[in-house]
Design a protein around this ligand. Structure first.
Ligand code: PEP
Length: 261
């Protein structure tokens, strides 16, 4: 494991991706329930965030204000404005108090043609606007079986971070999300998660050892309350990006508790 620079421990992060779930009417009680279940921010074992759909972002920002629970969008466009019908910019998200944005989720890459070329612009655009990017990377089942996992991760990490200056690299969070584990109930073993995430950290270290030591790297893919602790306990795994299990505040709060080790 890349050693942390002295005095720079990596606080775990547990982020819930609501995907296409959460009307405004559903989002408010869900956030309220989550706040009832979570310890207050100073006693929380991890940074916590949720990623609701665009239309519920402002409701979540308002309901969670002052709680320390961050709100992330699930996508954004790389341009500030222009003829890009249906898109939302980083500045628009900042304007309503959003803290960060998930970029390159495999569902966006697969169903909506998200490319590494676009991500090369999106990641720095998010940082410049003051949004924390969570960049998702990961291999398909076919790629893993063909022994191409590292090649895929190298390609995605190097391409997608190419335009992020070294001094801002550590502000990016990377979520390693093997596609075969997302929404399938087929969770990676703690060893698979550790190996892949250590590999990603080594790739970042190739750019900046300091950034690699500081950067938070999450695992995502069928994380549940009963498997979270073993995965998060791995030395290079700094938390989880949780999809389906984040829709239930009780289960999600148990995953946060699992970060206490
Ligand atoms: C995700 O949406 O990023 C995810 C990991 O989903 P799930 O936890 O449902 O596999």
């Amino acid at each position: 494991m890349t050693p942390n620079p002295p005095g720079v421990p990596r606080r775990p992060a547990i982020i819930g991706n609501w995907k296409l779930w959460g009307t405004r009417a559903e989002a408010r009680p869900n956030c309220e329930r989550l706040l009832e279940l979570l310890p207050d921010e100073p006693r929380r074992p991890a940074s916590v965030g949720i990623c609701p759909p665009f239309t519920s972002l402002d409701v979540c920002v308002e309901t969670l204000r002052g709680s320390g629970v961050a709100v992330f969008a699930q996508n954004m466009h790389q341009q500030e404005s222009g003829a890009f019908t249906g898109e939302v910019s980083a500045a628009m998200l900042r304007e309503i108090g959003v803290d960060g944005v998930v970029l390159g989720h495999s569902e966006r890459r697969e169903h909506f043609g998200e490319t590494d070329r676009a991500l090369q612009e999106k990641v720095p655009a998010a940082l410049i606007a003051g949004l924390r990017p969570i960049l998702c990377v990961g291999e398909s089942e076919k790629e893993r079986e063909a022994g191409a996992t590292e090649r895929k991760l190298r390609h995605q990490v190097q391409e997608d971070l190419e335009r992020v200056p070294d001094e801002r690299l550590a502000e990016v969070v990377i979520a390693y999300e093997p596609i075969w584990a997302i929404g399938t109930g087929k969770v990676a073993t703690p060893e698979i998660a550790q190996d892949a995430i250590a590999f990603v950290r080594a790739l970042v270290a190739g750019r900046s050892r300091d950034a690699a030591a500081r950067m938070r790297l999450l695992y995502g893919g069928s994380v549940k309350p009963d498997n979270a602790a073993d995965i998060i306990a791995q030395p290079d795994v700094d938390g989880a990006l949780v999809g389906g299990a984040s829709l239930d505040p009780d289960g999600f709060a148990r995953i946060v508790a699992a970060a206490a080790g």
